[in-house]
Design a binder for this molecule. Structure first.
Ligand SMILES: NC(=O)c1ccc[n+]([C@@H]2O[C@H](COP(=O)([O-])OP(=O)(O)OC[C@H]3O[C@@H](n4cnc5c(N)ncnc54)[C@H](OP(=O)(O)O)[C@@H]3O)[C@@H](O)[C@H]2O)c1
Length: 260
């Protein structure tokens, strides 16, 4: 049986790599595009693609629009050759962060890089992959935001100063860029509603990856809450249940709705 089609950005490591591995276990054998900016650096990803002909490694750097355009062309070519009608799931996992320092200590180049990667990159991916998604029956886009991108949650310490922690005012570029991702989800959901797209924001949990284990270096109690394999498993189960009714919503990996 021909499975669904998925593209996962950030597939080199962390949550993205686990999403690819979890998708490979699906019975109906999906076709998986594992997008990474420097795939040759990552042996595990290379081995996965060698072992499973349905995993295609695609070069894609969120800060280089030429690689995004080329990636869209390559994916379309493979989908067409394999008899697929479009890309069912565009999973925008890739992201980066500056160090956990107060706003004025964030270097200028990091302010730009984090915004370019996390907020502009996914918009370019959306722009160039949208025709492929539009051709599919499922038309699903998952934008990786973060609970840190929620204005409601970020403003809690202002309302309850007794609950504030030293982490609240760190990662200003990361948090603002993830807030921008949430706005992108809302606008794209609205813009594509009549076409039958399902566009959501995803908070994968505080995951035990290079990114998710950093707060613990500043505050000992800020431990990751979930392993990357577990969040990937729960997310794939959630993606299978999504429908057009869910468009424009902000989910966590357990399927709870988060506030914007
Ligand atoms: N971990 C958490 O606790 C947590 C919490 C909330 C939200 N998130 C979000 O969940 C997503 C995955 O997080 P993670 O924990 O798996 O992070 P991670 O382990 O740091 O992995 C980040 C991934 O993004 C890729 N990436 C970075 N810059 C890129 C660029 N310019 N072009 C293409 N790919 C790029 C990395 O590729 P390279 O290997 O080439 O660097 C890597 O594959 C991110 O969007 C993150 O913001 C994570």
């Amino acid at each position: 049986m021909k499975g669904k089609s998925y593209l996962v950005t950030g597939a080199s490591r962390g949550v993205g790599l686990c999403l690819v591995k979890e998708l490979m276990h699906k019975e109906e054998e999906p076709i998986i595009f594992a997008a990474a900016r420097l795939p040759e650096k990552y042996e595990e990803l290379q081995e996965l693609a060698k072992a499973n002909g349905r995993v295609h490694i695609i070069r894609l750097d969120l800060t280089d629009v030429q690689t995004i355009k080329a990636a869209a062309g390559e994916v379309l070519q493979i989908l067409t050759a394999e008899g697929y009608e479009g890309l069912d799931f565009l999973i925008q996992d890739a992201g980066t962060s500056e160090d956990l320092v107060p706003p004025l200590d964030t270097p200028d180049h990091m302010l730009k890089l984090v915004f370019e990667t996390n907020a502009v990159g996914p918009l370019l991916v959306y722009k160039y992959f949208r025709p492929l998604v539009q051709m599919s029956q499922l038309k699903t886009i998952v934008n990786f935001a973060s609970n840190f991108g929620s204005l409601t949650l970020a403003s809690e310490p202002l309302k309850h100063p007794e609950k504030a922690t030293v982490l609240d005012c760190t990662q200003i570029a990361y948090k603002a860029s993830k807030c921008a991702v949430n706005m992108e989800t809302v606008i794209i959901a609205e813009d594509t509603r009549e076409l039958g797209f399902t566009v959501i924001s995803m908070h994968p949990g505080i995951v035990d990856t290079a990114m998710g284990s950093r707060p613990q270096k500043v505050v000992k109690e800020a431990k990751p809450e979930v392993q990357p394999e577990e969040t990937a498993k729960l997310q794939i189960a959630l993606y299978d249940k999504l429908s057009i009714e869910d468009t424009g919503k902000f989910f966590d990996y357990r399927g709870n709705i988060l506030p914007w």
